[in-house]
Design a protein. Structure first.
Length: 318
């Protein structure tokens, strides 16, 4: 049996792969599991392992990770295969479960010969958590750890995770080292790292609400706390504004939060947060700000202005 498990978040792909293995081997006794990185093996090595019987004379699971060769992207050192692998997929070893893992934000290459050779039912997409699923997931995670957590803390974790399951797990584990009984909002604020994009969102929020003093405070805090380079901030901020412009355009077309999220490849929570905060902002304002950021980026790279002074000047003239 061969499967493809793919999605945009590594931990969700791994979680689904683990569940798939458990489901397919639950009545098989001891199971031999072998993991490969597709960039470090050859086709012959993979086929040899697939065709050999398990040491336990039972089912064998082979997981091939980093299978970016199943996407449409050009990838250096990608796994190369021939008709031999395709022929194997048409006549598989019944004692081997072969799983291809792909962490990718877009759709896979459906024209790939491997993709076409695998039963459509065995191609599993790991969808991101929806906006309504995030609080439930956070609550369940801490419930399993026998830790109480207040609603405001859950909401803050959702915001700081920013749709990234990997961030959520890693930061929550760190939080549990600090508190093992009851987690409050202040605990999350003190321990759970706020991603740079969240700081950019606050900066964006301050500017679009014409609170320039707060915007400069956030910018200076970023320099002190995270040693943020203005050139990097310009790139992230410009991309955020471009994304916001797309969100507002689609919102004007009466698309739902979920439909907008699907269209732009973003988390529904992120889409909702942007719409609720900025739905009254004129798109012309965003367009002007994006143009000014590109001009500032060019002037900095041509040594026509100091990057720190230039960014504060951009805020002052916004």
């Amino acid at each position: 049996m061969a499967f493809i498990v793919y999605g945009s978040q590594q931990l969700l792909v791994k979680k689904q792969t683990k569940k798939l293995i458990e489901d397919k081997t639950k009545n098989s006794g001891d199971v031999e599991s072998i993991y490969f990185d597709s960039t470090k093996i050859t086709e012959d090595e993979l086929l040899d392992e697939c065709e050999q019987y398990s040491l336990y004379n039972n089912l064998k699971v082979i997981v091939v990770e980093n299978c970016n060769f199943l996407t449409g992207e050009r990838v250096e050192g990608k796994f190369s295969y021939s008709n031999k692998l395709i022929d194997y997929l048409k006549n598989e070893n019944k004692n081997t479960i072969l799983i291809f893992n792909v962490v990718y934000e877009k759709k896979l290459d459906s024209k790939s010969r491997i993709y076409k050779s695998i039963n459509e039912k065995n191609i599993i997409f790991c969808k991101d958590l929806t906006e309504s699923e995030w609080p439930k997931q956070v609550s369940l995670f801490f419930k399993k750890k026998n830790v109480l957590i207040e609603d405001s803390a859950i909401e803050e974790i959702c915001k700081r995770s920013n749709g990234d399951f990997n961030t959520f797990i890693n930061e929550s584990k760190k939080l549990l080292l600090y508190k093992q009984d009851h987690i409050y909002l202040e605990d999350v604020k003190n321990i759970f790292t706020k991603p740079l994009n969240n700081d950019i969102f606050e900066l964006q929020n301050a500017l679009l609400r014409n609170n320039k003093i707060r915007a400069i405070e956030i910018f200076r805090d970023l320099q002190t706390a995270k040693n943020a380079d203005p050139v990097v901030l310009i790139a992230i901020f410009a991309n955020q504004l471009i994304l916001l412009d797309k969100i507002l355009y689609l919102y004007d077309k009466n698309l739902s939060f979920g439909a907008i999220a699907s269209e732009i490849g973003a988390n529904p929570y992120f889409v909702r947060m942007n719409i609720m905060s900025f739905k009254n902002i004129k798109r012309e304002t965003l367009s002007r700000a994006i143009d000014k950021l590109f001009e500032l980026d060019r002037d900095i790279k041509h040594s026509q202005i100091d990057k720190y002074f230039g960014f504060e000047l951009f805020i002052a003239n916004f």
